[in-house]
Design a protein around this ligand. Structure first.
Ligand code: G3I
Length: 318
């Protein structure tokens, strides 16, 4: 059959996957699927702060460089993930007792060094990741705590200065539909753009669970972002279920994947649909949601599941 990447090309979008660097390096069938099925890639972990700056001012881009080289060799674009988050921070940073001015400088240095290292190689950067709580308030993390809400604008300005051609995204979960969180994000993006802050994309992660209703208003939600003049993308799609799963769960999974993809296909400036890993063999889900899994579109033996077929059908019809 035809690959997802070929179908996506005809539909005018990229189809991506998060990539586990250990699997990419160590397992030929994994690498083969990444190459064959996807037209963009996102490093699952290796561009995060704890990996790239394990000691203050000391950078290690080895694994990230390997993924960038793989992508180049296979005609793929790279989504950079991510520059600023509350998670996967190095311990020198979380345990250091920095003044606001020092922390701001650390953030500036980090963003500048990482974006400059990859200048010209990154298609879209997730500059700010998961800045909101579900109620629409800003997350009370060290950034907000020490720097105040202005850290968001600073991060985008610094990233833009280091690579003016990369498309800069703000990325979050639970913002598929219209709700308090997506509305707060909408208001923030609108305000930042009015001030000339280079926020150029909104990433909708798309971590779903079949036990909750699928976000059927996703296209309406994405339309309002589209109207702000930003790109959009589904950046981390997966659909988990409680195990053992039955046929109803599997059907719900297929539909949830299709709902996410259709949101993108119906949105003019939605550029890509990325799954957060493609095989059930490597997934963050079982480690975080006890008793849940099978969230991906290939099974543990790299056989395509019905969700894979469902996505292909929607791409064909687009
Ligand atoms: O690298 C260490 C290794 O040295 C150590 O031996 C091992 C023991 O636990 O841990 C390894 O780190 C793990 C890391 O993944 C790399 O494998 C962490 O424990 C583990 O927590 C971490 O999980 C990642 C998670 O982000 C952290 O929050 C997942 O792989 C990754 O899929 C997940 O991705 C996030 C996105 O970045 C943002 N949106 C949500 C998404 C899912 O949580």
């Amino acid at each position: 059959g035809t690959t997802l990447r070929a179908l996506a090309r005809k539909a005018g979008i990229r189809v991506g996957t998060a990539v586990n660097s250990d699997a990419l390096a160590g397992e030929a069938p994994y690498a083969q699927k990444v190459a064959d099925e996807f037209s963009s890639v996102t490093p699952e972990n290796v561009m995060k702060w704890d990996t790239v700056e394990p000691a203050r001012g000391t950078y290690d881009f080895t694994q990230a460089d390997q993924l960038v080289a793989f992508a180049k060799a296979h005609g793929q674009l790279v989504r950079g993930h991510n520059l600023l988050w509350h998670n996967q921070l190095p311990s020198w940073l979380t345990s250091g007792d920095f003044s606001a001015a020092e922390l701001r400088d650390i953030l500036h240095q980090h963003i500048t060094a990482e974006v400059a290292h990859f200048k010209g190689e990154i298609w879209q950067w997730d500059v700010v990741n998961e800045a909101f709580n579900d109620d629409g308030t800003l997350r009370d993390d060290l950034w907000l705590d020490k720097l105040g809400p202005g850290y968001v604008a600073d991060a985008f300005r610094w990233a833009h200065a280091a690579d003016p051609k990369a498309v800069l995204f703000i990325n979050d979960y639970n913002i598929e539909g219209v709700n308090a969180k997506s509305t707060a994000l909408y208001d923030l993006v609108k305000g930042l753009r009015a001030e000339g802050v280079p926020v150029q994309g909104v990433g909708i992660q798309g971590h779903l669970d079949v036990k909750y209703p699928a976000p059927h208003d996703i296209a309406d939600n994405m339309a309002r972002f589209d109207a702000l003049g930003v790109q959009t993308a589904i950046t981390e799609a997966d659909v988990r279920m409680t195990l053992p799963a039955d046929a109803t769960d599997v059907e719900a999974q297929d539909e949830a994947y299709q709902t996410l993809l259709q949101g993108c296909l119906l949105t003019r400036h939605c550029t890509d649909f990325t799954v957060w890993g493609f095989t059930d063999k490597y997934s963050w889900v079982p480690g975080v949601f006890t008793g849940e899994g099978q969230a991906n579109i290939f099974d543990e033996n790299y056989r395509p599941k019905s969700a894979y077929t469902a996505l292909g059908q929607d791409l064909r019809l687009a």
